[in-house]
Design a protein around this ligand. Structure first.
Ligand SMILES: CC(=O)SCCNC(=O)CCNC(=O)[C@H](O)C(C)(C)COP(=O)(O)OP(=O)(O)OC[C@H]1O[C@@H](n2cnc3c(N)ncnc32)[C@H](O)[C@@H]1OP(=O)(O)O
Ligand SMILES: O=CC(=O)O
Ligand SMILES: [Mg+2]
Length: 539
């Protein structure tokens, strides 16, 4: 039988790199689907990224983020989001993790209600990671995924696997291996497009749908772009309108001022918002980088109970429940500690306290980073949220102002806190460059978002030092010693040496990571994303 012509013609899209093993993923039809997404939506994406820069320039010049005047009617109007499908009505515990084969199986079998398969904060976007991840998800959706570990352990899906939600990359990240008319595609469109092209029908057949977590949005227009992309994909793939569902991470400071607007832009398909606390803290630092009085103390002191984070999470709950959407909590960074029962119990207790705060505040569910934390979080949510969700908790007592969302947190910068930021930023960047997007460091989960906080704080402290700044975060160590570049250079050299000599993930990329971190920290301006220059250095 003659092969249809379009199967032979890859069209305007070429995929560069070692793709020989991925013929069934990168079919001509799949590539044509991706190229169409690029042609229709990439120009708008670029406009929206330019709009981010324009807003940031205003904030750098002294303005402060605020609720928008032009969208008041949306905020004040009475409207609700579309009904949440049955598969997403109980989300009390969601496990997250990179799209690595064994971890996908473990996550789906973990007992969590949902598994968020992550092409974003916890993944390094090497071509192999991206394409293997897509193939793993195809097998997971089909229910056939299996894995044999090098030491002979067999993995396969058990009964009642978690509901799958996929997190594509943010709008800002290019995918340089996929070129349309010679231009790199957006990583977001590649991740989204390949997943829906190969899995949407199989998911529909199982009463599920293509469900997504949308990261790092900064404005309602960016949400509207996702809505347009999904509506178009539904049409192209002959799927029911609105079957693709989205949960949006509110993890940038600008987005906190547009929660209603983001829900409204996606109202036919949005099912909730999530408090992505780590990127949110990073975004606070970045958005307010021109405001030297808006410092934050060292990372360990910026807990969800500090006023600006409490205000943001409560505003998210109130906004979501008023509109019939889920208000998801976020990730505590603690992970289990092996071989030290007391330290392990202390870590679990911190997770419990975090989940307790979330359930009492009105969140409908939460995230965990590790399978052993599923029962820990579940016990709290089962006890204090016996119903599948608490959409009825309207939090009408919450009245959040702009000043509360922008209030700097008070505290200190200790030598240990400074040194920890250098170590985490270095070790994480090295691991990322070596292909591993999530690593444990000192028993905490570190990913792109937590590492961004570490390197942004270093930049902020070192560049603001010497200015008269904030009453509430002294820019010196508690013993009065100054925080300066010489100290940073010294600490970086010491940690680079230690990492190079160690067996930690990324040890062989220690020098590259140190070079990158040094450039970012010495630069005049706080760079937008660590992963943009790091992507240039991926092998
Ligand atoms: C800010 C944000 O965006 S948060 C969301 C992004 N971050 C994440 O998703 C965190 C994901 N978590 C992880 O990657 C890991 O838990 C790490 C890197 C933090 C720790 O990993 P490890 O040191 O390998 O953990 P550990 O050795 O205790 O793992 C034990 C087992 O659990 C598995 N496991 C650990 N975390 C996960 C996970 N999130 N999903 C599935 N399986 C997991 C391991 O693969 C291992 O499996 P095995 O026993 O079958 O070999
Ligand atoms: O993506 C989650 C975050 O906390 O960042
Ligand atoms: Mg994030």
């Amino acid at each position: 039988m003659a092969v249809p012509q379009e199967r032979l013609d890859p069209g305007p899209l070429t995929v560069h790199g070692n793709t020989a093993a991925y013929a069934s993923l990168l079919t001509a039809d799949a590539l044509a689907f991706l190229a169409d997404l690029h042609h229709r939506f990439d120009a708008r994406r670029r406009e929206l990224l330019a709009a981010r820069d324009e807003r940031q320039a205003r904030w750098d010049a002294g303005a402060l983020p605020d609720f928008r005047a032009d969208t008041r009617a949306i905020r004040e109007g009475a409207w609700q989001v579309a009904p949440v499908p049955p598969a997403l009505r109980d989300r009390r515990v969601e496990i997250t993790g990179p799209v690595e084969r064994k971890m996908i199986i473990n996550a789906l079998n973990s007992g969590a209600k949902v598994f968020m398969a992550d092409f974003e904060d916890s993944s390094t976007p090497t071509l192999a990671n991206q394409l293997d991840g897509q193939e793993n998800l195809i097998d997971a959706v089909a229910g056939t995924i299996s894995y044999r570990s090098p030491d002979g352990r067999d993995y396969k899906l058990g009964a009642n696997p978690a509901v799958l939600i996929v997190r594509p990359r943010g709008w800002h990240l290019p995918e340089r291996h996929f070129l349309v008319d010679g231009e790199p595609m957006a990583g977001a469109l590649v991740d989204f497009g390949l997943f829906v092209f190969h899995n949407a029908r199989a998911l529909q057949a199982r009463d599920r749908g293509p469900y997504f977590y949308l990261p790092k949005l900064e404005a309602m227009e960016e949400a509207a772009l996702w809505d347009a992309v999904m509506a178009h994909a539904e049409h192209q793939l002959d799927l029911p309108r609105g079957c693709m569902k989205a949960t949006v991470l509110i993890e940038t400071l600008p987005a906190a001022f547009e929660m209603d607007e983001i829900l409204h832009a996606l109202r036919e398909r949005v099912v909730g918002l999530n408090c992505g606390r780590w990127d949110y803290i990073f975004s606070y630092l970045k958005t307010l980088r021109g405001h030297h009085d808006r410092l934050l103390p060292e990372r360990g002191q910026v807990q969800m109970t500090v006023p600006f984070l409490k205000a943001y999470s409560e505003l998210l709950i109130k906004t979501c429940h008023r509109r019939g959407a889920f208000a998801m909590g976020g990730m505590a960074a603690q992970i289990p500690i092996k071989g030290d029962d007391a330290a392990n119990e202390a870590a679990l207790e911190k997770v419990r306290a975090d989940k307790l705060r979330e359930v009492h505040a009105g969140h409908d569910g939460t995230w965990v980073a590790h399978p052993a934390l599923v029962p820990v979080a579940q016990a709290i949510f089962d006890r204090y949220m016996p119903e599948p969700n608490q959409l009825h908790v309207l939090r009408e007592d919450v009245h959040v102002t702009r000043d509360q969302l922008l209030a700097p947190a008070c505290g200190t910068i200790t030598r240990a806190g400074f040194d920890n930021n250098v170590e985490v930023a270095l070790r994480y960047t090295a691991a990322w460059l070596d292909g591993l997007g999530c690593v444990p460091i000192h028993h905490l989960m570190e990913d792109a978002a937590t590492a961004e906080i570490a390197r942004a704080q270093l930049w902020q402290w070192l560049h603001y030092a010497g200015d008269v700044i904030s009453d509430c975060v002294p820019l010196e160590f508690p013993d009065g010693a100054p925080i300066d570049m010489a100290l940073f250079d010294q600490a970086l050299a010491a940690h680079t040496h230690r990492l190079r000599e160690s067996t930690h993930p990324g040890a062989r990329r220690a020098e590259d990571a140190a070079h990158l971190l040094s450039e970012l920290t010495h630069a005049e301006q706080l760079g937008a994303f660590l992963t943009l220059p790091a992507y240039q250095q991926l092998a």
